[in-house]
Design a protein around this ligand. Structure first.
Ligand code: NDP
Length: 284
């Protein structure tokens, strides 16, 4: 079997064109332009690239955006004060603090300072709770993108065995919640799971989000499974690769996301979706 490749760039492009149209309609009907503020603390090169990509994606979709940068040694109170201003700013519908923050910051306290109605990453405890209760306000962008992929590929999740590798707050846990709410039977694996391959081989849907290059081999995958690779790892030669051995697993799976060009472009796309949804809600 050679797997169908689920193209994240193509799906992202299609969704972003739709968001641009919706943003134009909102501006025309209510005078509201969706607005995102991105706060970056420190000089981490990867974070700088992520923030630049987010700001550029906003511009392409016709959104307003503001990038607010601080040096790593900034006094935390200054950042809290800025978040409070953004919470009250009617031009801003989404606020995002790029993680990780420097060590002297209490990240939980920073995320909690963002107004839940503007928490487009969906990391605020109030939004995590709403997702858990099955009526989400904002779905965290990466698992939201994965669900879009599965829907676009026409994959019926009802009664399917879904196995997730990784239990982080930003990927594994919300992913599990969404798949469970879509009526899959969900197993979450982590670094202490015994006999990982026993679980992965049962999976109709396998989501790899552990951050280990090419960890998932063909022997770990059930023939015909749908494999979603969330991982982003840099190889010694500088190239990017996922958590899945793409070449070998493509011969076993029925569908697979590549890295790069799979889940990555969908994550920023769903950030736009959350910002647009926030603006539309506010304008209602
Ligand atoms: P974390 O490091 O927060 O979590 C990794 C998880 O994987 C943990 O739950 C850990 O278990 C588990 N894990 C680690 N090693 C193993 C192992 N050998 N066997 C089983 N489980 C293991 O990572 P994130 O969730 O933030 O990210 C995961 C990957 O996804 C990374 O490569 C990241 O770069 C990528 N990513 C990609 C995004 C995109 O847009 N495509 C967005 C976000 C992340 P334990 O809890 O026991 O430590």
């Amino acid at each position: 079997m050679t797997a169908k490749i689920l193209d994240g760039n193509a799906l992202a492009q299609k969704l972003r064109a739709d968001f641009k149209t919706r943003a134009e309609a909102l501006l025309a009907s209510r005078g509201t332009r969706p607005g995102l503020a991105v706060i970056l603390v420190g000089e981490d090169p990867a974070s700088q690239v992520y923030v630049r990509n987010k700001v550029n994606a906003c511009a392409q979709a016709g959104f307003h955006s503001e990038k607010i940068s601080y040096t790593a040694d900034v006094e935390a109170q200054l950042v809290f004060d800025r978040i409070a201003e953004l919470n009250a700013d009617p031009k801003i519908h989404g606020i995002l603090v790029q993680l990780p923050l420097p060590k002297h910051f209490d990240s939980d306290a920073v995320l909690k300072a963002i107004a839940p109605e503007k928490d487009v990453d969906g990391f605020h405890a109030e939004n995590v709770g709403a997702l858990m209760q099955g009526h989400p306000r904002f779905i965290p962008c990466t698992p939201y993108g994965v669900m879009k992929f599965l829907a676009e590929a026409g994959i019926d999740l009802k009664g399917k065995e879904a196995v997730i590798l990784g239990r982080s707050n930003i990927v594994g846990k919300p992913m599990a919640m969404l798949l469970m709410q879509a009526s899959a039977t969900v197993t979450i694996c982590h670094s202490q799971t015994r006999d990982l391959a026993f679980h992965t081989r049962r999976a109709d849907i396998l989501v790899a989000a552990l951050g280990k290059a090419r960890f998932v081999t063909a022997e770990m995958v059930k023939p015909g499974a749908v494999v979603i690779d969330v991982g982003i790892n840099r190889l010694p030669d500088g190239k990017l690769c996922g958590d899945v051995d793409f070449a070998a697993v493509s011969e076993v799976a029925s569908a697979i996301t590549p890295v790069p060009g799979g889940v990555g472009p969908m994550t920023i796309t769903m950030l736009l979706a959350n910002t647009l949804e926030a603006a539309e809600r506010e304008a209602r």
